[in-house]
Design a protein around this ligand. Structure first.
Ligand code: G6P
Ligand code: ZN
Length: 543
């Protein structure tokens, strides 16, 4: 085994986005592309000599090859140990857990999350810091700076290592420890939730469908829901991870998880439906005939988390990303606990969780989580819901209806315009930005603007600031529009338009959200001129 030092040159565009570096798989497979970025991670964090890292991914196409390359590079860069999930597999929350509990120096997660996988689809690499969370901007900027200066990378020249067998092996001086990807995570869930109560629920005939979408949560959900909690065999579907996610789009929303939605809205619906994404950090929750928006799910979980043993002591605070609806704010207000509003991206919750200011966090993009790890966690959200259903004996629909009656309902929808020309999208937002100060007092589609600004954030713990985080327009009466460009797309620009309206009257809380929001939707078009700027007649996705 020999350490080779390969000369290389900076490659343009290796700038980590909302969640690591995400590109087409073929781009990652180009000569030196992966190697340059991995060496830049190592250089950006001050080297890995003598350090311990965690490594795993969601099993998508190229996961196995990339894992071998990263192990050889870690060995060549002097790492002491890499803890890797069997077969190179670790869900994002499980990786976060291992990074934390094993006291490591961070970890590398191979995933493009909910984006499709395969040779012509997406791949991604992200670095998580020793607290288990996504690298904050200060770290990703150092990594990006390293990509612009790189002149060489180091790699061990050797054969592939067996990642199928549990236990320790060596790669030159470095220990490679292959672990069961599920075991530690399952034990953590067992500590947080009342598994006995959930078992009793299943024994009483409660039915569930969990759609793993051919992605990483298959093995986790099968072990926990079926084997440990006694959900009937076959409750977990699409449970075997496949490199191209069965040709699908592993994004748990009503559009991409339409099979599950159809089932839950039909006559044979089980009591509870849920799905997770490629790397296991997102979740979708559906009751019989009742889709729960991620924003509502966060609010319900905040209101009822104390029913689970891990949260019996109450919550220190809650946090949500700015475009997420204000439903959780109302729960926080009622409880007298702080509610933080952060930019989009789970990494912004890290300092609040570390400082003990927030216990629960969530985003409209189907992410919910708590201080048990430093990532959002799909199965955790499913288990907390199950714990609540077991403790209350109520249905999802009942829980929602009662929640709205008590706190009011924040009707909410996100409209996405995908693969829009990046220049057109930027010009549209520039034009709107220039008019923000003139909007207050004007009316659009019958709604009067109360305030408009561009969201900027100063982290209350470490003082870090982030600007340019989305344009927001507030109307009298509590309605709101937010516009921003996605930071996770790989083709052109994705324009996201977030729409929200508050309804306090229980008699008016059962409308279809698109209908309930029609005035807000019309106001968004009138203010921003989306059709004229993008040439699109309608959004590609409505969540
Ligand atoms: C990833 C991040 C989330 C974020 C989401 C949407 O899943 O982990 O924290 O909310 O992307 O980001 P986008 O920039 O595409 O709206
Ligand atoms: Zn994900």
């Amino acid at each position: 085994m020999q350490i080779a030092t390969h000369k290389t040159a900076p490659i343009d565009g290796q700038k980590p986005g909302t969640s690591g570096l995400r590109k087409k798989t073929r781009v990652f497979m180009e000569p030196h592309y992966l190697e340059n970025f991995v060496q830049s991670i190592f250089d950006g964090i001050g080297g890995v000599a003598g350090r311990t890292l965690v490594l795993g991914g969601d099993g998508r196409y190229f996961n196995d090859r990339a894992a071998q390359v990263i192990l050889r590079m870690a060995a060549a860069n002097g790492a002491a140990r890499v803890i890797v999930g069997q077969g190179g597999i670790l869900s994002t929350p499980a990786a976060s857990h291992i990074i934390r509990t094993r006291g490591t120096d961070g970890g590398i997660i191979l995933s493009a999350s909910h984006n499709p996988g395969g040779p012509d689809e997406d791949f991604g690499v992200k670095f998580n810091t020793p607290n288990g969370g996504p690298a904050p901007e200060e770290v990703t900027e150092r990594i990006f700076a390293a990509t612009k200066q790189i002149a060489a990378y180091r790699i061990l020249e050797t054969h592939d290592i067996d990642l199928g067998t549990l236990g320790e092996t060596r790669l030159a001086e470095m220990v490679v420890e292959v672990i069961d990807p599920v075991a530690d995570y399952a034990a953590l869930m067992e500590r947080l939730f009342d598994f006995d109560a959930i078992r009793t629920l299943f024994r009483s005939g409660f039915t569930l469908r969990f759609d793993a979408m051919h992605a990483v949560t298959g093995p986790y959900a099968t072990r926990i829901l079926e084997e440990m909690l006694g959900a009937p065999e076959g409750s977990v579907v699409n449970a075997v991870p496949s490199p191209d996610f069965g040709g699908g789009h592993p994004d748990p929303n009503p559009v991409w998880a339409s099979d599950l939605m159809d089932l839950m809205m039909g006559a044979d619906a089980p009591d509870f439906g849920a799905a997770s994404d490629g790397d296991g950090d997102r979740n979708m929750i559906v009751g019989r005939g009742a889709y729960v928006t991620p924003s509502d799910s966060l609010a319900v979980l905040a209101a009822l988390a104390h029913l689970a043993p891990g949260y019996a002591g109450g919550l220190k605070g809650v946090a949500r990303s700015m475009p997420t609806s204000a439903a959780v704010d109302r729960v926080a207000e009622a409880r007298g606990i702080p509610c933080y509003e952060t930019p989009t991206g789970w990494k912004f919750f890290g300092s609040l969780l570390d400082a003990g200011r927030a216990t629960l966090c969530g985003e409209e993009s189907a992410g919910t989580g708590s201080d048990h790890v430093r990532e959002k966690d799909g199965l955790w959200a499913v288990l907390l819901w199950l714990n609540i259903l077991a403790a209350t004996g109520k249905s999802v629909q009942q829980i929602l209806t009662e929640h709205w009656a008590r706190y009011g309902r924040n009707y909410y929808s996100r409209h996405d315009y995908e693969a829009v020309d990046a220049g057109q999208a930027a010009r549209m937002l520039d034009a709107l930005r220039a008019r923000l100060d003139d909007l207050p007092g004007q009316s659009f589609a019958g709604l009067k603007v109360e305030g408009a600004d561009e969201f900027a954030y100063t982290d209350p713990v470490d003082g870090a600031t982030s600007t340019g985080q989305g344009l927001r327009i507030r109307f009298e009466g509590g309605s709101r529009i937010v516009l921003r460009l996605s930071g996770t797309g790989t083709v052109g620009a994705t324009l996201r338009v977030y729409l929200e309206r508050y309804e306090a009257d229980p008699a008016a809380q059962a409308e279809d959200p698109q209908a309930a929001l029609s005035q807000v939707i019309a106001a968004a078009e009138a203010i921003a001129g989306i059709r004229a700027h993008t040439g699109r007649e309608a959004p590609d996705v409505r969540t």
